[in-house]
Every structure is written in C-alpha cells, then in structure tokens.
Design a protein around this ligand. Structure first.
Ligand code: CA
Length: 228
C-alpha cells in the first residue's frame, strides 16, 4: 500500500485508475494538468507518481524533467505511445518504469510494487513473487520450483525475476536487454536466447513443450503459470 499520485488528463482513465488503486488499499490523489501534478509530485507527500505522457498543458517528458530537477520521487510513465526509442529516452531521463495503455489495474499495481521494491533496494525480505509453483524470494535471491531450490546464476535469477514481475505479459528483447543486461541501446539477442534456454532446462521444460516460459516470434517472451 502506497501514497500514489496519478497525473492523467483523461477523466475516465483517471477515475478508474484512482478507484482501482484505492480498492487495493492505496492512498490515491489525482491531478489532470501537468503543472498541478508537478507541484504535488515534488511535495514529498507521495511514494510514487503515475505520469501520463500526453497532457494538455505540457508534454509528459517535460513534466518528468521538471519533477526530476527537484525530486527523486519514483515516476511510472503511462503511455499510449508504442515508441521504444521515446520510452528508452524517458527511462534515461529518470523515469523508473512505464506501462503501455491500455493497462489493467493488476498490471499497473504490479509495476508500482516492482518500482517501490527496486527503490527500496529490493531488499524487502518478505518479497516473494509466485507464478504457479514457481516462487522467487527477491531479497534472498532464491528461486524455487515447488520445494526444490533452483540452482541459478545471478543473471538467470535476474532474468527470471524480471519476467516474474511482469507475469502474463510479453516482454520484448529490447526491454530484457535494458532491464536485465543494462544495455538500453541493444546488444546480442543471442545472449537472451542462450539464457532462456538455460532457464528452461532448469525449469524442466523445452522450447517445444513450454510450461512457464513462452516465446512468440516478433513479440517477446512471457512467464505464465502452466495450464492445470
Ligand atoms: Ca492523456
């Protein structure tokens, strides 16, 4: 549960996001103009800001810069733009993460939790992410399948955690390179494929018969609980 500021000009999205987050126990305030939003964002009252990129009075990226000039409050960008280069620029400019519209409340909340966890040093000992029988203890950096502790390398754990935090959503290679390998400008796709195949082996599955790790050509990879 967190104090969340939602800066969004679309009244329907604003109301529904606020309502859904409040239902989940968060304290939510909203602003519909960038300037009001920035003033609230830097006030120190909020643990995280969800910032719409398309605002009437100021472009969201400018709003981000103005917030960042005076505050390091976590900022989660909400964007309808499917523009990788623009998104990477925003991440470089200090956004903590982004969600692409339309997004579900569950997805938004998962991203909020992930950002707060990362910001707190990720070392919240009680943080366990579960996907089916797979559970990841983020603080201890341990992954289990059922009762069995998986023998993962540091990178394999990072990759699995990145996918688990985004369970049921496809993540593209660019995002994996930026988020897991810290190479926002691209790199060897092969690296990802190799790590995925190692992970698959350790999870006891193959690309031909996936259980947890699903890849879709040209889209990306997603982690999901196996069908019962
Ligand atoms: Ca908008």
């Amino acid at each position: 549960m967190a104090a969340v500021l939602v800066i969004e000009d679309d009244p329907r999205i604003r109301a529904s996001v606020a309502e859904r987050l409040a239902e989940r126990g968060h304290h939510v305030e909203t602003a519909h103009r960038a300037m009001d939003g920035i003033r609230l964002a830097v006030s120190g009252q909020f643990e995280i800001v969800v910032l719409d990129l398309g605002l009437p009075d100021l472009d969201g990226s400018e709003a981000l810069q103005m917030i960042r000039a005076v505050s390091d409050v976590p900022v989660l960008i909400a964007t309808a733009r499917d523009d990788e280069a623009g998104i990477i620029q925003l991440l470089d400019a200090g956004a903590d993460d982004y969600v692409t519209k339309p997004f579900s409340a569950d997805h938004l909340e998962a991203r909020i939790r992930a950002v707060l966890r990362r910001r707190s040093g990720a070392e919240d000992e009680n943080t366990v992410i579960s996907v089916g029988d797979l559970s990841l203890d983020v603080g201890r950096r341990e992954a289990r399948l059922g009762d069995e502790l998986l023998d993962l390398t540091a990178k394999e754990f990072d990759l699995l955690a990145f996918l688990a935090e985004r369970a049921d959503h496809y993540v593209n290679k660019r995002e994996l390179l930026a988020g897991v390998w810290h190479q926002p400008y691209g790199g060897a796709d092969k690296t990802i494929d190799v790590h995925l195949s190692w992970l698959r082996r350790k999870l006891g599955e193959t690309a031909a018969e996936p259980r947890y790790i699903h890849t879709k050509r040209g889209v990306g990879v997603r982690l999901s609980a196996p069908m019962p």
